[in-house]
Write a protein that binds this ligand. Structure first.
Ligand code: HEM
Length: 165
């Protein structure tokens, strides 16, 4: 049986990495399209998502022994749901940006044989029509990370969930 200490250790990583990734992408889209911001976005996203996954797995393990009718259940369910939505939200960004790079590589090596399809050029962040949907996705991501972290803090510091005394 793993003591419930791994989740509280891991939580810091997705919080910092995903907020950093989103802030860099938003700054690129709305402030200055500097290459450093683009690099920061795509370097922070994969470790951020990986740590998010580990955080969610350890969180699910930690909540396994908690009573189903505990008074903090609603809070815990919201915390769990926000964590799962975050996996989808940043997983979607990771997948679509990877797909974009794969298409670019294929186009560059003349392997793109889909008729009528223009070769993909430029960064994923630079694609036309993507600015505002991405802005909404990134802002939602930041808000959910903060909310999920706050809910986790409430569980531990208000309700004493899994605090060993
Ligand atoms: C399915 C997803 C998740 C579940 C089931 C879950 C479950 C839990 C549980 C049971 C606790 C109480 C302490 C413990 O037993 O470890 C906790 C604390 C916490 N969780 Fe989560 N969690 C999930 C995802 C997340 C995510 C994605 C974040 C960060 C964005 C997060 C941030 C926190 C924080 C900050 C605490 C308080 C830690 C402390 O200061 O001791 N959790 N979570």
């Amino acid at each position: 049986m793993i003591p419930p200490v791994i989740h509280p250790i891991l939580v810091h990583f997705p919080i910092v990495l995903l907020i950093g990734c989103s802030a860099a992408a938003l700054a690129y889209l709305h402030w200055q399209p500097r290459p450093e911001l683009r690099i920061l976005t795509w370097w922070l996203l994969p470790p951020g998502w990986l740590f998010l996954l580990l955080t969610v797995i350890t969180g699910i393990i930690d909540q396994g022994n908690l009573p189903p009718d505990a008074p903090y259940r609603t809070l815990l369910n919201l915390h769990t749901t926000s964590g799962l939505i975050l996996c989808l939200l940043y997983g979607d960004l990771l997948y679509r940006s990877w797909l974009h790079r794969s298409r670019q590589r294929a186009a560059a090596t003349q392997k793109a044989t889909i008729p009528g399809r223009l070769p993909t050029t430029g960064d994923f962040l630079d694609q036309p029509g993507r600015k505002w949907p991405l802005t909404a996705q990134l802002l939602l991501g930041i808000a959910l990370v903060i909310w999920s972290g706050w809910l986790g803090g409430e569980l531990v510091y208000v309700w004493g969930v899994n605090v060993m005394g």
